[in-house]
Design a protein around this ligand. Sequence first.
Ligand SMILES: NC(=O)c1ccc[n+]([C@@H]2O[C@H](COP(=O)([O-])OP(=O)(O)OC[C@H]3O[C@@H](n4cnc5c(N)ncnc54)[C@H](O)[C@@H]3O)[C@@H](O)[C@H]2O)c1
Length: 365
Amino acid sequence: MIDTLPKVKNSEIFSAMADLEHEQLVFCHDEAIGLKAIIAVHNTVLGPAMGGTRMWNYQSEEEAVKDVLRLSRGMTFKNAIAGLNIGGGKAVIIGDAKKIKNEALMRRFGKFVHSLNGKYWTAEDVNMNARDMEYVNMETPYVTGIPESMGGSGDPSPVTAYGVYIGMKASAKKAWGSDSLEGKKVVVQGAGHVGTYLIEQLVKEGAKVFVSDIFEDKLAAVKEKFDVTIVDADNLYAMDMDIYAPCALGATLNDQTIPQLKCAIVAGAANNQLDEEITHAKMLKERGIIYAPDFLINSGGITNVYYEQQGNYNRQRVYEQTERIYEVCQEVLQYADDHHTTTHEAALQLALNRINDVGKVKLAY
Ligand SMILES: NC(=O)c1ccc[n+]([C@@H]2O[C@H](COP(=O)([O-])OP(=O)(O)OC[C@H]3O[C@@H](n4cnc5c(N)ncnc54)[C@H](O)[C@@H]3O)[C@@H](O)[C@H]2O)c1
């Protein structure tokens, strides 16, 4: 016999949702299959919530709730500033992907996504791959990022890299009056999917590219294809460089690294580059470094899956929309100057303005 009075310790979920202004949090549970997942719908003013599913072996349920709330809110701002008609959402599955991820788990999760009737659309995130999305897709159409062979948009990395390159050029225009990257020393941290495509663009434009990665094979692969210089992964922050492009992990802009940076611009693909958003955006501004907000310039990937979600996927249209990052980035940099604020805050404000303005349009007949 079990006690019918459930033990619910964490009674502060509604206040956390209120603080971050979330619409809905969905707890998904199937004991037999071993599924514990949380779907967070942050804001649907612009359209259905969209954001990937992350699988992670969270140490506590509280940690999982915090992560999904934080990540889904981030998607609202990213989708809004990218000019897409989708809101912000995210899902997390609790558990060790290597041990418990299988077809049944992913399909059961797909059923939960389906139960939301299109209010939330999922895609890949950490520890998820295209095969997992295929399983989700067996139970629901509300999934994007499926392979090209199944009619999806395929790997978003080339589009993401293009957006980062465009954002870098807009920042260069602000820093040096010309958006040419020819001869500029650019350090690309992370020679993964996005990093490699970015390196290709930069080399083509005549930039002097320096690359770091923690895996020798990744470095060997880029070195074989492009004229680049390999640098030590641990000692790159103090290097003599014009642009630092974080394309590996988050939180590389922090108390230790920012004082070492000698570059004029930070522009890269990694999510959540600022360890503490407000503090570290301020530190960069005080050091006179132009920070191209990560969630703006890495929005090419979400733009790619957005057009897949719309059902009329067209690669040219995706690149045209991604190209708009140039003017939005310029607007953000100008807004930050005019309002004496950081570029991070400026981008958040412009995203919020779009949500508020379009929200009013939606109320009109
Ligand atoms: N793929 C996309 O379309 C996309 C879209 C938006 C944001 N992002 C973000 O961009 C970043 C890169 O994405 P990706 O798809 O290229 O990932 P990836 O895993 O293919 O590449 C990351 C690379 O960084 C390397 N790395 C890890 N730690 C490092 C370190 N300390 N120093 C140097 N290199 C290190 C890894 O070995 C790997 O080669 C991630 O933060 C991701 O969240 C990617």
